[in-house]
Design a protein around this ligand. Structure first.
Ligand SMILES: [Zn+2]
Ligand SMILES: [Zn+2]
Length: 102
């Protein structure tokens, strides 16, 4: 986890919201559980962002892009009349003509 203020105020302290804190009979802190990860900057009160989660999200998006790019179709090129596999550029790999799917 790497928290930063969404306001970029440079604040280094954050307060966890929605955290359940366990205390003993005398009110002594025992443990806590974050029921919903959410933090605010103690300096300016803006919501904090967890930069530690961003790379994972970007990775998931990149995987999504790869899946989309992998979708190809076999079509007959109207120019060179060759059965070709349509690539991401929407061009005939054989003669370079622009192709349209169905
Ligand atoms: Zn701040
Ligand atoms: Zn062609």
């Amino acid at each position: 986890m790497l928290l930063v203020c969404s306001n970029r105020c440079g604040g280094r302290l954050f307060r966890a919201l929605f955290a359940e804190v366990d205390v003993d009979a005398s009110g002594e802190y025992q443990d806590h559980r974050v029921t919903q990860p959410s933090y605010v900057c103690l300096n300016c009160g803006a919501p904090a962002l967890d930069l530690g989660e961003v790379p994972a999200e970007m990775e998931a998006e990149a995987r999504e892009d790869e899946r989309t790019a992998a979708v190809t179709a076999d079509i007959l090129c109207p120019v060179c009349e060759t059965m070709v596999q349509l690539d991401a550029n929407m061009e005939c790999p054989n003669c370079g003509s622009p192709l349209e799917v169905g």
